[in-house]
Design a binder for this molecule. Structure first.
Ligand code: ATP
Ligand code: MG
Length: 648
């Protein structure tokens, strides 16, 4: 509990032990009444070269947000150096390759520290310096985490681009940030598929004159073109550093508000934005939320299945867990290769205690039945987490019953790239759970629901647009190179509030439930219905794997409900299934939410991070397929063609 930490530095791994829901309520209240005292106590648990002059300086109009102003630090000293004495020989990263017959790797804190320093020196040898932007386009191998932290070590700003993006998407991102170095690999395997990363980079760089150097890690031994003067092998560069005989790399001293990284959002709602996070506030928030949500205990083995190309990987594979001295498992492959038991095999192999994944993965694994889960010993698991989308109740129960065997809490963590870390989530072992509810805000977070006019909706049993009315250390500071876009997108809709873009309801007991993006709220005959609610109901139908619901113009109702449903069941009886789905929705939500149109599809258009691109489905439902907007972040464009062809 927070009271305990006022007068001493707590041991690592324990920023805040919350023992009961009453504890939570007390700490929460204090965080609202005395936010600066609250956050400075949390910040005290980190290592600073110099402490701050001012905890917080803010206005949401410009917006201008500064946390821990005047403080000096380097995040890698917090993630690596400060652990060396006590945890030097403890595994920091355990890495599992795509191919289960290949050996896994373990990097202790000492080894990771040394490799980060070594690669930081490689970057310096190649002219990198504080403030440079460096693009990282790599497979999920330890060298990705090493590259990320090597940038942070020397004060360069990393921009990680998920290793599945196309050349055009990478070029857009490199140009936007004017990166001068790219770090990549020859290739990687994702499931049975070879991804030729360096070839993609070569295509991208045709349009990127700012790039001077490309450092290429050997991973797949795919033949690649190496351009003289520009392209360098990772391994050769490490050897140079070794012969220079100076393995250490002192960390660059950073201001708390210096940029740490840029991360482009996945683009499910439009052109990707370069979200900017800064050194001090982001570090505090990533460490604090990891520690608090999961109530991490020393020795626990933690596995987050995200890719480091997404914010979840930044905050909850690299920075959060390492700041807290945890053991973080990193996986190169996919959940269904060589079969749908891969996650569970990894859980058994490393005796994972905390398992954090996404609803899209759970739903896909559900469709393979329970045999794969039951084949492995999952008794080590004690804590589960979900992130990225609303988790529908059926998936929640499947996860809880079959993976957690009914004995593990699930943290349904709601948050965004722009937030840096968890915002609304159950605290494991503390918050009584409600399936489908992200439940309560973490201490320090002040959510509000507002109506169309921007007035705060008070009390319980209400819904509205989700905003946050007070800053937190992990919030975005700007969108790279375009502060006006940041203001417009997040701070202009409602005065003095950060607008999340998500719709939300607060039930009679004060539990928060995310109902989907605000532009995904349907208005059917004057009733506001969240698409997530309808999807949840459709997914309850026994043969449905997943679904996406959008609105379309309807003469009578204003908006009609159009459902795209993945239903691998019997093809001969589609009308019967349609009827049953309608009955299911009617029963669970009410006749008002009944789909007007149900189109069966073999898959849904998703971003590479697994999110449904409703924007595209909305166009198709409206019958306007001429301009589908930016589709560069789409995982499988073929799905869109199929859906267009079958539109009702
Ligand atoms: P873009 O902003 O480019 O459209 P994105 O919003 O999909 O991309 P992220 O920042 O990764 O990119 O995702 C944040 C969004 O994901 C949230 O705004 C919310 O809609 C959804 N989300 C994340 N976690 C949850 C959760 N636990 N429950 C419900 N929704 C969630
Ligand atoms: Mg978003």
């Amino acid at each position: 509990m927070l009271q305990k930490i006022t007068n001493f530095r707590p041991p690592l791994h324990q920023i805040m032990k919350i023992n009961s829901f009453e504890d939570y309520q007390r700490v929460y209240e204090r965080s609202v009444n005395e936010p600066e005292a609250f956050w400075s106590e949390i910040a005290e648990t980190f290592q600073w070269r110099k402490k701050w002059d001012k905890v917080l300086d803010w206005n949401f109009t410009e917006p201008r947000i500064r946390w821990f102003d005047g403080a000096k630090l380097n995040i890698t000293e917090n993630c690596l150096d400060r652990h060396l004495e006590k945890l030097g020989n403890k595994p920091a990263i355990i890495w599992e390759p795509n191919d289960p017959t290949e050996d896994h790797r373990v990097l202790t804190y000492k080894q990771l520290h040394d490799k980060v320093c070594q690669f930081a020196n490689v970057l310096k040898n190649n002219g990198a310096k504080k403030g440079d932007r460096i693009c990282i386009y790599m497979p999920m191998v330890p060298e990705l985490a090493i590259a990320v932290m090597a940038c942070a070590r020397i004060g360069a700003i990393h921009s990680v681009v998920f290793g599945g993006f196309s050349a055009q998407s990478i070029a857009d991102r490199i140009q936007d940030a004017e990166c001068n170095i790219v770090i990549t690999a020859d290739g990687t395997y994702r499931g049975a598929k070879l991804v030729e990363l360096k070839n993609v980079i070569d295509d991208a760089l045709v349009q990127c004159p700012s790039v001077q150097k490309v450092i290429v890690l050997t991973r797949s031994r795919t033949p690649v073109a190496m351009i003289k003067g520009r392209d360098l092998w990772w391994e050769d560069e490490i050897r140079k550093v070794e012969t220079q005989g100076n393995p250490d790399c002192p960390a660059e001293e950073m201001d708390a508000e210096d940029m740490l990284f840029i991360l482009y959002t996945s683009g499910s709602t439009g052109k990707p934005k370069g979200v900017v996070h800064t050194c001090g506030g982001y570090m505090v928030y990533a460490g604090y939320t990891f520690d608090t949500t999961f109530q991490y205990q020393p020795g626990e083995v933690y596995f987050c299945t995200a890719d480091i190309g997404w914010i979840t990987g930044h905050s909850y594979i690299v920075y959060g867990p390492l700041a807290q001295g945890a053991t973080s498992v990193m996986f190169e492959g996919v959940p269904t290769y060589p079969d749908a038991g891969r996650f569970w095999q990894i859980v058994e192999k490393f005796k994972i205690n905390i398992f954090y994944t996404a609803p899209t993965a759970i739903r896909s694994l559900m469709s393979f039945g329970t045999d794969f889960v039951n084949k492995y010993d999952l008794s080590s698991l004690t804590k589960l987490g979900s992130v990225g989308e609303p988790i529908n109740e059926e998936a929640w129960h499947w996860f809880h019953d079959n993976v957690g065997k009914g004995k593990c809490d699930i943290a349904d963590t709601w948050w965004q790239t722009e937030n840096g870390g968890h915002m609304i989530t159950p605290i494991i072992g503390v918050t009584p759970m409600k399936p489908g509810y992200a439940s309560f805000p973490l201490p320090g977070i002040q959510p509000v629901l507002v109506d169309e006019k921007g007035d705060e909706v008070q009390g319980n049993g209400v819904s509205g647009n989700l905003c946050i009315k007070f800053p937190w250390p992990g919030m975005l500071r700007t969108t790279y190179g375009d502060h006006e876009r940041c203001r417009q997108t997040y701070f202009a809709t409602y005065p003095n509030m950060y607008f999340t873009g998500d719709g939300c309801l607060r039930d009679e007991e004060g539990y928060y439930r995310i109902t989907g993006r605000v532009d995904d709220v349907l208005n059917v005959s004057g009733h506001r219905i969240g698409t997530a609610e309808v999807e949840n109901a459709i997914n309850m139908h026994s043969t449905v794997v997943e679904s996406a619901v959008v609105g379309y113009p309807h003469d009578i109702k204003g908006q009609g409900v159009y459902a795209f449903v993945v239903n691998p069941g019997r093809k001969d009886d589609e009308d019967v299934t349609r009827r049953d789905i309608i009955a299911t929705v009617s029963r669970l939500i009410g006749p008002i939410a009944k789909p007007d149109k149900i189109q069966f599809v073999s898959g849904l258009p998703k971003t590479r991070s697994g999110k449904i691109m409703r924007r595209i489905l909305r166009k198709i439902a409206e019958g306007d397929t001429s301009n589908l907007g930016d589709t560069s972040t789409l995982l499988d464009p073929a799905v869109v063609e199929e859906i267009k062809a079958g539109a009702l």
